[in-house]
Design a protein around this ligand. Sequence first.
Ligand SMILES: O=C[C@H](O)COP(=O)(O)O
Length: 318
Amino acid sequence: MAAKNSGVTFDESWIKNVNINLPAVKRRAETVTARRGVKKQWQAAWQLRAVSCIDLTTLAGDDTRANVHRLCYKAAHPIRSDLLKAIGMESAGLTTGAVCVYPSRVGDCRKALENMKCKIPIASVATGFPSGQTSFKTRLEEIRQAVQDGASEIDIVINRTLALQGDWKGVYDEVREMREACGEAHLKTILATGELGSMVNIYKASMVCMMAGADFIKTSTGKEGVNATLPVSLVMVRAIRDFYDRTQRKVGFKPAGGIRTAKDACNWLVLMKEELGDEWTKPDLFRFGASSLLGDLERQIFYYAKGSYPAAYEIPMA
Ligand SMILES: O=C[C@H](O)COP(=O)(O)O
């Protein structure tokens, strides 16, 4: 991951006069999906890039040691080896960007990855995910526990109650303390954009989290009614650009929730390349939060390697 963002002092003037032209945002987002898709080896290359940017996720009430182990195995071997061989990528060491689980499953991930001698980062959601409605003390303790158990990336949820009340200094102070609680671990801040009510709030929340020291800003938990969308992503990546212009610090972006197809993945990569440049299309500064995107990417790579789509039993699930 990119160097950590130590944050800056809260400066209200950075979020004071924010205006967002919603029709223009929507029009710009539509231009991304209207692009003619790349084909053949270029398409396969983008699909492999997308694989390397996935935080392969399971966040379910019925997660067990067994399915977490399976998730880790899939993260370490995301594409069937015969397919990689067929396209000359067998020695590229392709893995997903990270695995992402609840704090209580971090230890299972650590053991599974250690057994495989695999160094994929373990990301853990924390701070009362997905609602964030637990005491602040409990939320901080959850971060420390996840780090102690082996997580090197922490995905926190911001306090939407404070955000919706316009208490941006309150949001900043909480995220700042969460940053401290992460220690050496990287911090991703989930805005839960589907609950923030307006694009202006989404821009402000993005900027406040970066001021407080977020290494990544992330759209959604995957549990809101509306999760990652391109217009919301555009507003967030413009905030990343503004933060970079002000501080020269590069903050990453993670769209999450409902991203399931190779076409979706390509759209987001195009957005990143056009808005922020190539550097933001790599795992250091870009991740997909996704539980089922990998299946479609592997299907498309199968098609490229073999010329036909696989039957369901030919692609092992995460
Ligand atoms: O952060 C990751 C999301 O919870 C995944 O959402 P998804 O299951 O819709 O892919």
